[in-house]
Design a protein. Structure first.
Length: 331
């Protein structure tokens, strides 16, 4: 199954016969030849930015079992349409919502263990390949990892994991030249090109993780680690944690190391933040999707397949009390 992301602005998505057509709107400054997209094998159609899609096109995608996710221009998801027969699979919400606190804490610890271990793996790889001395940052992350088992609440876990994340991003800053201005993780708005790419990639990861959970039959709202606030899909955030480094962060490092974008591909509006240009955004989105659909050699599976596996494990751990083993990154 494949995922397709439409970025930019002003595209019209219509049904023509048994395929989708994607064409520039009448007001577009640059006309492009229409493109066609078959709904066969299309698992997810993600639409980022301001575009239009007909109800006939929506029916065509969903009638073939695909779903449609909507994102704003910064990569923040705000809508997800699934076929009725598939979205009706959310049957576990009562057992998720009533899961015992000790069970949720055990799962939350596992999520934190996995997230911190994956941070160490990526920094250790940078240290080995690039010759950086990241021993201090790695030691701080390992110290946070050692304190996870002592945490008695999700709040204390978030504090410990947060300290590890701060050390991680300090170490990650060594991977980027000074011209990118990356000094650590800053969002809402993103302060520099690296942060804007990270945020956009995390948005793409979010919709993939959400789809995996919903299709596995679990409500995205009731999680173990992240607090369930109104309109916050806690279980999705839980699943996203273990995939940030292997899917998104790794892609950002490679994307900029291969000079697939320059600082001129980004702009800084008067209201603040850093925006990715249309061309760079398309290239980066393609790189993230290639990572998601590419085979992971030591798993003999794609990341998309691993998302589905981990979604089932996470949901069952919450509803049935089984042991949760997070995804562990290997390089």
């Amino acid at each position: 199954m494949n995922s397709v992301l439409i970025t930019g602005a002003g595209y019209r998505i219509r049904k023509r016969g048994d395929v989708l057509t994607i064409e520039t709107g009448r007001d577009s400054e640059v006309a492009e030849p229409p493109r066609t997209l078959s709904p066969l094998g299309l698992d997810l159609l993600a639409i980022a930015g301001d575009h239009s899609i007909s109800t006939a096109a929506v029916r065509l995608v969903t009638s073939h079992g695909g779903s449609i996710a909507l994102m704003d221009g910064l990569g923040n998801p705000f809508g997800h349409f699934l076929p009725l027969g598939r979205s009706a699979l959310i049957e576990q919400y009562e057992s998720q919502a009533s899961a015992k606190e000790d069970r949720k804490l055990e799962i939350a610890r596992s999520i934190c263990f996995g997230a911190l271990e994956n941070k160490v793996v990526l920094l250790s790889n940078l240290e080995r390949i690039r010759g950086f001395d990241l021993s201090r940052e790695i030691e701080r992350i390992r110290d946070a990892h050692d304190r996870v088992s002592e945490c008695k609440s999700s709040d204390s876990l978030r504090g410990v994991e947060g300290s590890g994340a701060h050390a991680y991003f300090q170490g990650l800053s060594h991977a980027f030249d000074d011209k990118w201005g990356f000094l650590g993780r800053y969002q809402n708005p993103a302060s520099d090109p690296v942060n804007s790419l990270l945020s956009y990639g995390y948005g793409m990861l979010y919709i993939q993780s959400r789809q995996a959970l919903v299709l596995a039959g679990f409500s995205p709202y009731y999680g173990a680690y992240h607090e369930t606030y109104k309109n916050q899909e806690a279980l999705v955030y839980d699943l996203v944690e273990e995939f940030r480094q292997p899917v998104v962060d790794r892609t950002v490092i490679t994307f900029l190391a291969k000079h697939m974008a320059t600082p001129d591909d980004f702009s800084y509006p008067d209201e603040g933040g850093c925006l990715i240009g249309t061309v760079a955004k398309k290239k980066f989105a393609g790189a993230v999707l290639a990572r998601i659909h590419g085979k992971v050699s030591y798993e003999d599976a794609t990341f998309q397949e691993i998302f589905k596996r981990q979604a089932e494990r996470l949901g069952k751990a919450l509803t049935e009390g089984s042991l949760y083993t997070p995804y562990r990154y290997r390089i």
